[in-house]
Design a protein around this ligand. Sequence first.
Ligand code: ATP
Length: 243
Amino acid sequence: MQKDGFKVQQIVALDGISKSFIDGHEQHRVLDGVTLTLHQGDTVALTGPSGSGKSTLLNLIAGFDNPDSGALSLLGRPSSGFSSADWAGFRRKQLGMVFQQFNLLTPLNVRDNIGFPLALNRQPWSAWCEHLCDRLGLNPLLSRAVDSLSGGQQQRVAIARALAHRPQLLLADEPTGNLDEQAGLEVMALLCELAREGGTAVLMVTHSETCAGFMQRRWHLSRGRISEYHSADPSQAQETDHG
Ligand SMILES: Nc1ncnc2c1ncn2[C@@H]1O[C@H](COP(=O)(O)OP(=O)(O)OP(=O)(O)O)[C@@H](O)[C@H]1O
């Protein structure tokens, strides 16, 4: 893909990805030939009914699970050729994740949680981290134990931690699910702004149309297929290949 005459890097490409789970004695096909592409700088909301396979899709992209068929490429490399060390390196260097349940490291304070991906990558605390903490209002909390924080504060820490090492890709699964509407919207606006500043592509699962509205693109997952839609109404979705 070209933008303003420059080649834009492909971050994630799925080509005909299918995934089934056994449910009792039946095979349940959750993803049925999903094809999509996420480029550098894209911000995408992924919506769909409960149980439609949104988390399954994120798990495949993060390498926590394998597709039954189809091809997945990450940063232009086919994942079929990834060793376990390649997957670990991708997750450590190129991926940030934010979950509904925060998944913070409770024995550590705020600063050490945010610094955790940096420590894994042997990188120092940087001006970018100072900026993240500043924008997310975390500076007064840096020495606090994370389990003493409110839900909204914990979510801000989770976002700073996910972006601290300037990953190429941020996967977010219901990142505002545990916050009230107003707090959720503020965090969402910050997440998008900081991801844009850091050059990080975002794929975010959400049930909230308002949150989806912060993203440039919207994908809807239903009956195993992805559709792109441009209005606030997922029923208007058109099934497309996202090249
Ligand atoms: N490891 C697994 N083993 C068996 N079934 C699974 C597994 N993971 C997911 N499923 C099934 O796959 C389907 C899709 O689950 P998934 O969690 O991806 O949906 P979702 O769209 O993220 O749902 P929600 O919006 O409720 O979080 C569900 O029917 C779920 O029970």
